[in-house]
Design a protein around this ligand. Sequence first.
Ligand code: HEM
Length: 510
Amino acid sequence: MGPFWTFILLYPEIFLAIICFFWFSLFRLIRQRQKSNLPVNWPVFGMLPFLVQNLHYIHDKVADVLREAGCTFMVSGPWFLNMNFLITCDPATVNHCFNANFKNYPKGSEFAEMFDILGDGLLVADSESWEYQRRMAMYIFAARTFRSFAMSTIARKTGSVLLPYLDHMAKFGSEVELEGVFMRFSLDVTYSTVFAADLDCLSVSSPIPVFGQATKEAEEAVLFRHVVPPSVWKLLRLLNVGTEKKLANAKVVIDQFIYEEIAKRKAQASDGLQGDILSMYMKWSIHESAHKQKDERFLRDTAVGFIFAGKDLIAVTLTWFFYMMCKHPHVEARILQELKGLQSSTWPGDLHVFEWDTLRSAIYLQAALLETLRLFPATPFEEKEALVDDVLPNGTKVSRNTRIIFSLYAMGRIEGIWGKDCMEFKPERWVSKSGRLRHEPSYKFLSFNTGPRSCLGKELSLSNMKIIVASIIHNFKVELVDGHEVMPQSSVILHTQNGMMVRLKRRDAA
Ligand code: HEM
């Protein structure tokens, strides 16, 4: 007889007690699960089964959990894997971590390692390096040369690339996957804004260019790093296999493009520098004696950072905006009304593009964009790590190194934050009685971040998006293809799960 059976025969009461303990625990967990939206904390696996089971609807499920838990909830990962984290959508906690105690919540070295494709750039830097880079970037974003270069680039690209492409699709009555179009266009525009060079991503016939493909693969690998334990992706990196191999290859392609652009620019006379981001950073050396900005790696990290900061976020916001237009025709009608009488320039094919200056008065249009970002924040969550032990405003204790995930997606969908109609798409909530844009504190509307690390491209991207959506709405009617379901993907960027299939019609042909 083996030791197991000997133990049972000698101590049957202890064995019975163990069985009863496990049976009652299981029973309690099942009852608990039936009654609430909150994930069950299983022995050994923690809440992993909940995450796996709801992987396809994770943003909505997290919103349900936070609604029930009162905005803050501790998630337990499997035992020994160091995957526990706090998740919250509480504006007071946001304000505490992003503003009042900013220094206690840096991005952290783990974040920088996950996004190592960005090098030591602004998006991942902390402390002095971040302060220096932030100061420099603020100077550039405030410069008139840069702003007018960026605005003229977007208007030119909308008239010469985007609208003709959509017009072509409209003429043939083809179905169009709109998010894919916006992704390519946004990459095209961002590349031009950073390098004053054309990538031509939106040609009717050609496939996505290698640079675009490389950025896509890099993003997929970074997403994978977010969902598996760090030991797993680090092992894959060491062995150079799977997503890590793809990431390494993508980095080679991205670096090759960027270093070539830097070399071309360095070969130009300094009076040939334009208002693009690379030129602006190279001109900075005139103002500062530090040698850092001339360093090629610094320029590379800066350029990659700006490309990654902007391109997908604008593309997904445009996609959700047009999804909302398809679902709320009365909002689209009001925007069309607002655009009537505003001056636009005419491009070949009788296509019309609005300029930024003329769109300043389009308040309702801007409100519709903000409302889109409230319900569909381009980055559905943000992440921080506590540097020292702390107590959150709701009394929750966090110990050093605790990871905190902020669900921006849930924040837009909580009654206590936005009122009973929080799930409705209502641009009117952004317009004051006097017809001006209503201000909402950024720790409540977190889509562009809040505090010292808030988005530097906010004004620029809102202006860009206004030009694009006004020009599309004015020229085309966008209709969802029947039966095509649009839903959010479980990802670090709020892509759609299956794209957004639409048909376009020229308004003047109707
Ligand atoms: C719809 C468009 C955009 C949205 C929703 C958005 C949102 C955000 C968010 C949430 C952050 C914080 C990221 C983090 O801390 O992890 C951020 C940071 C940043 N964004 Fe944007 N962004 C957009 C477009 C842009 C564009 C077009 C640019 C520039 C070309 C830009 C430049 C930056 C920079 C430089 C930072 C880093 C600031 C810092 O860490 O100090 N963004 N943005």
